[in-house]
Design a binder for this molecule. Sequence first.
Ligand code: AP5
Length: 185
Amino acid sequence: MLKIVLLGAPGSGKGTQSAKLVEEYGVPQISTGDLLRHAVSEQTELGLEAKKAMDAGELVSDHIVVGMIRERLNEPDTANGFILDGFPRSLAQAEALDEMLAELGRPLQCVVHLRVDNEEIVQRLLSRGREDDNEQTIRNRQSVYQEQTEPLVAYYEKQGLLKPVAGVGTVDDIFSRIKTALNEA
Ligand code: AP5
């Protein structure tokens, strides 16, 4: 059973570490970025609405992502846990998540905060080259993170759920640090 949020700036390694956690703990990764990219590729109404915000590095509106997460958390494969990757990203989303999990009787175990410095992130993302990985969009994603998502660090610290983890070094080193943090939670 693992019920966690992976919190961290764009490019901090949330997706990379989620894949390893899925393998180790056998619970699904729920990434709002992946769900949104799927909606964009299927050209659904929601996808078309989300695309503009994603291309600009802005947040997609809370009602869209909260609706997606509500649907996903009601699927049976989440009964034994989940890894939330890239959600929540605003205080409104965090409050909505608390309410959803309280209704489901499945409160969060902890929030792993991957800490990586901004310049390292720009280098990582420029060498990946996803559609939203150009320098201007990356810088905007970083400032959106600082303004809208970073307040969640204090939000979860206050709830006693925050586990800071250094997100630099090799993927395996970081994964070991995450496992240690989870064992302490
Ligand atoms: P999303 O897909 O969540 O993107 P992101 O947060 O910008 O995160 P990334 O996928 O870029 O990075 P990551 O932290 O997962 O790192 P990764 O492991 O890939 O969101 C995209 C957009 O969707 C948002 O901008 C927004 O518009 C919208 N959106 C999504 N969720 C939303 C929400 N909740 N509310 C509103 N809007 C939302 O690693 C990055 C790179 O670094 C990879 O190439 C990887 O190989 C490399 N790397 C990883 N670890 C290491 C390491 N240790 N050393 C060297 N390189 C490494």
